[in-house]
Write a new protein. Sequence first.
Length: 367
Amino acid sequence: MKKLLFSILCPLAMVAFAGPYDVEEFKAQDVGTPDNFIAAEFGGELTTADPAAVADIQEGRLFVRQKFEDPFGEEATTYQLYQGQTGEQFSSLTALSAEGVDYSKLVKAKFYERRGMKPEEDVGKVYFDGKSVFAEGLTTLIAFVDGSPVVLKGDAPIAEAPVDSAATEETAIAAADSTAAEDEYCDDTDPDCEEEEDEALYSYDVSGDIDETNAEADNYEYSTTDAADAATARFGIGDEVRFWTAVGLSALAATTAVLGVVQHMKANEARDAYDDQKSLIKKIKNAVSDACADKGSADCEAAVDWYLKNNSIDLSQGAEEEILTMEALENRRDTNKETMDSYSMARNIWFGVTAASITAAVVLFVW
């Protein structure tokens, strides 16, 4: 039983310890706030992300790992991973990378501005685009991957593609026209504005080919469905992982419950044997005490002999040829007591694992 408990608890103890230069888990409850480099996809706040999805990010999307420090909280330092789209000033960041390093391992690696810094002095905000790592104002980073130091380097910030003067002039004219259009203020009470909005909303082309129009609508619907499926496959894997983890915990709870019931039955058997032997020993001692009191304490041995001759006591507990002495009977009682305690402890452990597994499974199912 002790070897079994040791084999169960040792792996759990090994998992509980993580390196000081790695992020153990992402569990911060703080809200993800957009900045100049990452923007929310639908406005408002950034959404949390699955670390496994960082290695396969769509173009134009961006992940940010943020560090939160609260000296008065349950944990002084926590981390969380958020997702969004590239912000207005993202191109000013320097793309950093290290040759030969698994990109997925960089997600949980802490980054430092230079060598020799303490583990808790890592960079607070780090950005990931699926290929490189970015940090505001830094052109190099230091990390520890599998216990070894790694230097991430970059040549220059992300630059915009060069354009010729003619294209630049056309772009400026288009931007000016767009700005002028945006500057036109439309009052809610202006009937001209209402007519323009109605025409824009309800202007349908009824003179074209209906079959062609239906085909375009179908293609749009299929594209939307495919995009939703792709997004689910890429960013919704966390729900599937939680579901199957809950199923596994439910199976573990059922198994440990069965083991707990078996240990409980064995403990009851040992308790019955212990109670029978304890009762028999008590009966013999009470009888001897009564016999000594009746015959006088001067010759107690004679009283015991008299009692044993006139009262039959089966010390063998039903065995035909086994004759037990009082010392052997007490040793057997003590052995049954130890066996009962061992089965009871194992029962409590298995039932405890069952309760923990059920609780975790319920949390994952309703999450």
